[in-house]
Design a protein around this ligand. Sequence first.
Ligand code: NAG
Length: 339
Amino acid sequence: MTRRHVVALLLSLTAPQALAACLGAYNVDPSSVSVSGLSSGGFMAAQLGVAYSDVFKTGFGVFAGGPYDCARNQPFTMCLSNQTSAIDSPTANMKVWSGKEIAPVKNLKSRRIFMQVGTADLTVGVNPMQQLRAQLSAFDDPAKVSFVVSDGAAHVFPTDFDGAGDNPCGESSSPWISNCHYDGAGAVLGWMYGKLKARNERSHTGTTVPFDQTGKYGTLGMDSTGYLYVPAACRHGSEVCKLHVALHGCQQSHSQIGSKFMDNTGYKKWADTNNIIVLFPQTKIDNSLHVIWNGLSLPNQNACWDWVGWYGANTDQRGGTEMTAIVNQVRTIVRGFKG
Ligand SMILES: *[C@@H]1O[C@H](CO)[C@@H](O)[C@H](O)[C@H]1NC(C)=O
């Protein structure tokens, strides 16, 4: 073995291949940014879409989530289990906070909003989603709102194909991704961006890039690594791409179900053919107790996105720690915009 080979071998042994890279900047149009998520990721998508509507300029999609600010003035259980969540004080808060604690609510008139829930969902359910719709109707343009109820679907991310290891559509069980003969990812991305090119039905052609979710890109409740899906056409900056943030639900983080949320939901299939970069931020299991909005002490052992106040009373307002980390990620990605 030559000296050069030895050096190369040593470098390869010590190379930090397991470590995630720094999040990169891409040629992404800042006005194309949108977000969607399931369950706690759906609550978080609504929080981001409302509090940071100046960042999520295209709009937001909520799969089986509930009203914005739902758990501040009522037990969080009222926002789950097919309860009719109260929306009066959350909606009044939106009006009072507009332009201060949250972005101006008048932005919501021009945002595209997508909502979906299954009739067999008893984890969150149709009633909390109806209440979200009623709440947003005080601000939105009904022509820009899509509300979909899927017959027989449980608390799952709905797809129209069989992903490896998916659970049955009528059953709320891990990994909460199911062939419900309804293409949720295509529906939300189509609602955000208009007519899309047919999705990639073969293996993904882009790259899933792990990135360092620490420092300004992470916080309490978030894992040290997040993932960015970069379609081949978006890798080198020659094309202007779009950015969609896709938020997993409780018990769906990478540390819990591996890459299933990224691979089985269908987001990547549409991303490949439509030049959409997809950001998959990640939570982690947090077994320590935190005082939530309603005063209870609760751990976050299912790795949920925070919509109950675990990580601060301002969790659903600008400056809320998880939203700030996600927004910092978005701002870095769009910084590469060249037009
Ligand atoms: C949710 O509540 C409505 C009534 O408000 C009921 O019709 C529906 O069946 C309930 N959903 C489930 C899954 O039980």
